[in-house]
Write a protein that binds this ligand. Structure first.
Ligand SMILES: *[C@@H]1O[C@H](CO)[C@@H](O)[C@H](O)[C@H]1NC(C)=O
Length: 250
């Protein structure tokens, strides 16, 4: 009886997986990771290689690693469209420099070196300046609502992705603005932050870059290319993720 139950479950979950993950991932494309619901099969001659818990990638000639695509229960997705009515939950405890998470908000952090557990924030804390990854002690708090990534401050800041100047531009800078503007749509996939804009083709909407500026700040960019492929000089590939622990841990 026990075996039969297990078999049924296995069958059921295989059915769900194939329903969600139809098709074949692209060359250099994502093929697995926590929260990934896209294709897990790579093109012929390509294998699915684990880059980190959040990201597996099709690599030429790689041996496919065992699929580890199911999300652990601990990485619960941020509750979707918070906000509904009265706007962002504004509270002074979400100001710069605090690390106690206000319920309903998320920290956002990178999961790969060299920016492992660096947290999204403003370059000049709490102000409309460049979007950077920085120390946990200065982690900002966020919601994604109506396609906008909102930094939760008494005066909210909205993430704005710069327009693409021409087709040779492969990364787009992210800045914080006190003004709501439509520069594309932010969303969660599980706990992973996505951005898309129908007029800006991307190979994958979860690929980000962190590129140091002249002062060593870790500026955040949308990566219009594939994750970990043709990475611009000086930049590091990152995916960025919600973290809803009560404090921003290193
Ligand atoms: C594309 O835009 C970038 C950034 O504005 C600029 O540096 C570059 O010269 C432009 N290239 C072409 C071919 O227009």
């Amino acid at each position: 009886m026990r075996a039969r139950t297990a078999n049924s479950l296995l069958f059921l979950s295989a059915g769900i997986t194939s329903a969600l993950a139809q098709g074949t991932a692209s060359q250099w494309g994502q093929c697995g990771g926590i929260g990934w619901t896209g294709p897990t099969v790579c093109p012929a001659g390509w294998g699915c290689s684990v880059v980190n818990p959040y990201y597996s990638q099709c690599l030429q000639g790689a041996a496919s690693a065992p699929a580890t695509t199911s999300a652990p229960a601990t990485t619960s997705a941020p509750t979707g469209s918070s906000g509904g009515g009265g706007g962002p939950s504004q509270t002074s405890t979400a100001s710069s420099g605090t690390t106690t998470l206000v319920p309903g908000n998320s920290f956002i952090r990178a999961a790969e070196d060299p920016n492992f557990h660096k947290y999204l924030q403003s370059e000049v804390l709490g102000t409309a300046s460049d979007a950077v990854l920085g120390d946990p002690s200065a982690a900002a708090q966020f919601v994604i609502t109506n396609g906008q990534l909102v930094q939760q401050l008494p005066t909210p800041l909205y993430a704005i992705v710069e327009p693409r100047a021409n087709s040779t531009v492969m990364k787009l800078k992210v800045t914080w603005s006190t003004t709501l503007a439509s520069s594309g749509t932010f969303s969660w996939s599980g706990d992973t932050v996505l951005w898309d804009n129908p007029s800006v083709p991307r190979q994958q909407n979860n690929a980000w870059l962190v590129c140091p500026d002249a002062n060593g700040n870790r500026d955040l960019y949308v990566n219009l290319g594939a994750y970990a492929y043709n990475t611009p000089a000086g930049c590091a590939d990152e995916t960025i993720h919600a973290y809803t622990g009560s404090t921003a841990t290193p």
